[in-house]
Write a protein that binds this ligand. Structure first.
Ligand code: NDP
Length: 342
């Protein structure tokens, strides 16, 4: 059973060499007698920014929703798409396709079924369940519709906009009739936002010496909704450009993951001046919305109203490099790792 193992806890920017691939792990492909677990073959593994937070010792990252650290010497854990090979659980049978929490290994024994979903719709590529139809998709849906109270014609800004979450938020906003601008870290991503995802405007934040001026250029009348994926200097500049009664969905702050001392935010007084509502959220508090989300998004995908871009690395061996790509911005669209054909 080939596995991707975390070597040791990580500080600063993660490196490929913080992980290694081992072929030593043994795995019985049968569920142990008396267990209600399932044995799965992992097909696609998801690379997600929050995984960096699990590379630190004793880090409970989400308050009452506890996700503990990876254990050095043990496989990386994450979300993936898998096929059931053997089951001791009446809810799953051999041959079922599932997505949810699994390990970065060829085969996994799963005994914790929190956030484990049976895949019912197989007319789409199975990789979609690591992204647009999986956790990032539900994040975009819950963050935008539940937290931002969006209305037609409003001005929406999304940072890290070409990624797994951002690309979908932007398309939801466009379909609702909003004016949508995204920021991303390369020309290729900016072109994708404008030409593939149909954003009204997009800009490369790395080429903008003054983010406040850039936002004023794209939002002369201010921003109603900010979907926050990046934090730091961008959040500070956005606060200066929000309109009265604006809403900010604090989804992620990827710019702060790999620095020892988080950057200060200086413009928080604007929350008061403009009566802005800012709310952090965690996607798995919205599991109950998953069926409603699928009901909305599956027809939109089928009709071509929503498109999806993913960046798939091949084989478990490429897992460490694929995960690091997220933090250097090399992924174009949702990053995942392909294991085997179904
Ligand atoms: P992405 O697919 O967007 O990949 C990460 C991207 O982040 C990179 O491609 C890069 O894009 C950008 N980035 C990386 N490092 C930095 C940096 N130092 N400064 C600025 N940008 C950087 O990831 P996801 O769509 O999966 O996640 C987007 C955000 O949503 C993350 O912050 C994540 O933590 C958050 N999230 C939150 C959830 C929740 O429940 N609250 C659930 C899922 C995700 P670029 O080239 O544009 O800089």
């Amino acid at each position: 059973n080939k596995q991707v193992i975390l070597k040791d806890y990580v500080s600063g920017f993660p490196k490929e060499s913080d992980m290694y691939v081992s072929s030593n792990g043994t795995m019985k492909l049968k569920v142990p007698e008396g267990s209600n677990g399932i044995v799965v073959k992992n097909l696609y593994l998801s690379c997600d920014p929050y995984m960096r937070s699990r590379m630190i010792k004793n880090k409970a990252i989400t308050g009452n929703y506890y996700i503990d650290s990876f254990k050095p010497g043990s496989p990386i854990l994450g979300l993936g798409v898998a096929k059931v090979l053997d089951s001791g659980n009446p809810n799953f049978k051999k041959g079922d396709l599932v997505w949810g929490r699994t390990g970065w290994e060829e085969y996994s024994l799963i005994t914790d079924f929190q956030n484990m979903f049976k895949i019912q719709h197989t007319e789409v590529p199975m990789s979609y369940y690591t992204g647009i139809l999986g956790m990032p998709g539900l994040t975009a849906y819950a963050g935008f519709y539940e937290l931002c109270s969006p209305k037609k014609g409003e001005n929406v800004f999304i940072s890290t906009a070409s990624g797994a979450v951002g690309q979908l938020v932007g398309q939801f906003a466009k379909l609702l009739g909003c004016y949508v601008v995204g920021s991303a870290g390369s020309k290729e991503k900016v072109d994708l936002l404008k030409n593939k995802f149909n954003f009204n405007e997009a800009f490369n934040y790395k080429e903008e010496p003054d983010l406040d001026a850039a936002l004023k250029r794209y939002f002369p009348e201010g921003i109603d909704i900010y979907f926050e994926n990046v934090g730091g200097k961008m959040l500070d500049a956005v606060l200066l450009n929000m309109r009265a009664h604006g809403r900010i969905a604090a989804c992620g702050m990827i710019s702060q993951h790999n620095i020892d001392k988080p950057e200060g935010v200086h413009n928080l007084m604007h929350l008061i001046y403009k009566r802005i509502r800012i709310e952090g959220f965690f996607v798995f508090d919205y599991d109950h919305l998953y069926p409603k989300f699928l009901e909305l998004v599956l027809p939109q995908i089928a009709e071509g109203k929503i498109v999806y871009v993913e960046d798939t690395a091949e084989g478990l061996e490429s897992g460490p490099a694929a995960l690091i790509r997220l933090f250097s911005g090399l992924n174009i669209g949702k990053q995942d790792v392909f294991r085997y054909p179904c």
